[in-house]
Design a protein around this ligand. Structure first.
Ligand SMILES: [Zn+2]
Length: 364
């Protein structure tokens, strides 16, 4: 039987005591059946609703109906009941939201004893490893490192490096041109740089001699991919410009660098060559690091051709505002991909670019 407010007959202290006790007992019992927001709202409305809530009922049924002399006594009891009811409504609301947040905490709990998501550590790519190694050899000799854009203008990639328009040397580098450049002047047309050498010009434009710089980076040529070619590959080159730099400085620098890279038993030798931006030019060969009598890597010759080098053609100084009568310098460059392939015994440079983790993991 749900509680209903009784009518008072005598308004005596005993009758009031009994009625208030019954009411508070009912309040207590009903408050215990609150389990969620909905049952709490029902509870609150049943007891405190302005229209026909139990508090309203006792106000009308008990206080207003009380005879004059008892009004004061009844009023005090009704007030006490009101305060108690309001307090219980408030307490039950609080304990309800407390239970809710406890529930939420439980649902959102993280079990820190579960094994986590394992993320594998990255590692340096083998070509970057070789690049870093060479850079550190030259850094130890006092060289700085410079980089430049991979999308270049014809001016920096060819013209300022002494490749005049229609010069046959341009044909040695199967260039990948950017489309839609026909309206521009030849020197402003964009292409994917075919070598890191444009950075030599860019660097000299911004720095006065003495210059000691190595330039690693990605370059592009229209080569069909095969075991020893890739349309995208890597070079590192160096440039030293100062007063009184001679060809023997070039020889000594490269001989030292190759010994640092491959060991002190390595020997170097030079063979005449041609590059438009150096004069004289040379190919640099090193003794095979893998054998003493000839092997597959050196094709049984005992020597491996590793670098191109030469004295900076004085014509280049005119493009960057150096005085060719006062300065001289040398430059050298090498491909990193074949070097990495040679060093790690990889027989197909395409493997470097396939992104196959099983292959790359071997170098981690
Ligand atoms: Zn060999």
């Amino acid at each position: 039987m749900p509680y209903s407010v009784p009518k008072l007959e005598t308004y005596s202290a005993e009758e009031l005591d009994k009625a208030v006790a019954e009411l508070l007992n009912a309040l207590q019992q009903e408050s215990q059946s609150i389990s969620d927001e909905t049952t709490w709202t029902d509870f609150r409305n049943r007891w405190t609703a302005r229209k026909n809530g139990i508090l309203t009922q006792i106000n009308d049924g008990w206080l207003k109906a009380a005879p004059g002399p008892q009004k004061r006594e009844v009023g005090q009891r009704v007030n006490q009941v009101r305060q108690r009811v309001e307090a219980v409504v408030e307490e039950t609301k609080e304990s309800l939201s407390g239970a809710g947040s406890e529930k939420r905490l439980k649902a959102e709990a993280v079990d820190i004893t579960l094994p986590g998501t394992q993320r594998q550590l990255g590692a340096t790519h083998p070509i970057t490893l070789v690049m870093d190694e060479i850079v550190s050899v030259f850094k130890a000799m006092g060289y700085s490192v410079a980089e430049g854009p991979e999308i270049e203008t014809d001016y920096y990639n060819f013209e300022a490096l002494n490749f005049p328009l229609n010069h046959p040397a341009r044909d040695m580098q199967d260039t990948i041109f950017i489309a839609g450049q026909e309206k521009k002047q030849q020197r402003d047309r964009l292409l994917l740089r075919t070598h890191t050498s444009p950075v030599q010009i860019r660097y000299m434009e911004k720095h006065q001699p003495p210059v000691r710089v190595v330039i690693p980076g990605r370059v592009y040529r229209n080569d069909a991919p095969d075991a020893t070619h890739s349309p995208m590959f890597h070079q590192i080159e160096g440039l030293a410009v100062d007063t009184n730099i001679t060809f023997s400085d070039l020889k000594g620098t490269l001989d030292h660098a190759m010994k640092m890279l491959f060991g002190s038993r390595i020997k170097t030798k030079l063979r005449p060559s041609f590059f438009p931006f150096t004069e004289p030019s040379a190919e640099v060969l090193v003794t095979c690091p893998f054998c003493t009598k000839g092997c597959r890597v050196c094709k049984m010759s005992g020597w491996i051709e590793l670098l191109g080098a030469g004295m900076v053609d004085p014509a280049l100084y005119g493009y960057v505002g150096y005085d060719p009568a006062k300065v001289s310098g040398f430059a050298f460059g090498m491909g990193l991909d074949r070097l990495a392939a040679m060093k790690y015994g990889v027989d197909d440079i395409q493997l470097f670019f396939h992104g196959d983790v099983r292959f790359l993991r071997q170098f981690a």
